[in-house]
Design a protein around this ligand. Sequence first.
Ligand code: KG4
Ligand code: ZN
Length: 336
Amino acid sequence: SQAELILAFESSCDETSVAVIKNGNEILSNIIATQINSHKRFGGVVPEVASRHHVEQITTVVDMALKEAGVDYDQLDAVAVTYGPGLVGALLIGVTAAKAIAFAHDLPLIPINHMAGHIYAARFVKPLQYPLLALVVSGGHTELVYMPAAGEFEIIGDTRDDAAGEAYDKIGRVLNIPYPAGKEVDRLAHLGQDTFHFPRAMAASDDLDFSFSGLKSAFINTVHHADQIGEQLSREDLAASFQAAVVDVLVEKTLHALQAYPVAQLVVAGGVAANQGLREALTAALATSAPAVELIVPPLRLCGDNAAMIGACAHIELAKKHFADERLNADPGLNF
Ligand code: KG4
Ligand code: ZN
């Protein structure tokens, strides 16, 4: 057949997802079974609970993905799977399922880096032009990634402490917002003003690195101090002030990176790419940038963890015949 079909798996954290992707850029199905309600009461993802949910869900999710796509195993060209970074027990469920299907149906097995997958979610918006720059912002990572060519990644900036999403989740806890707090903090931020002027860490430094722990501490100290003296602070203004500090630094560093690495496209990827404040600020910053840089942000449903993005990335790896065999293992600390 002329259409290339990839069955893709994602199970690195708290979503069990399986997708069928046609020609690297068309989603025939993208089933996402989320476990968030099981983790909420613990204020974060509990690895043991995550693994157990993945085991329970994976077979059903595979069946649903194939059924929705109207595709049989014998039409598939390859099986792709996230093998890191992430929670080792969670990753192993996807890796084991993908291996079993690849082996049973004599299909190539394509190992995919979760963060590379996040970047390739942009492929569903439009064709990517290299070199490109990606701002990858998720619960576990905050990185500026330079891509000289398809499937090639160079980290040019990284966080020295917390990831951006992690900072959202931690300050959300102080505001009694259930995990994951990013979306709700974003909503509150749009109802408030930046009245607290929290520190913009590293904004003035020459490198392309980030730091969010100082901002997190400043936020927590402000709230605790107000609690002690019985003062009621505006949740909206707190959220707006926190978000303004995060977004300022992300935009500032991204503009620095664009100066040092001239590219035609900027991809924003990962869970925090769903942030409205960040989307608006980057759009505004790039509207006046010279030379022109095209901003590509995946649709909201493809910013969080999903298998469609893994299938899009696997299309590149399939062309390069970057295959794994039955010895493929999960690699929780995998880097680019
Ligand atoms: O990429 P992702 O789904 O999982 C990881 O690979 O980490 O990212 C999840 C992170 C969480 O920290 C969540 O709070 C954050 O993305 N997030 C947001 C928003 N939506 C999700 N952060 C800020 N604003 C949002 N709208
Ligand atoms: Zn992710």
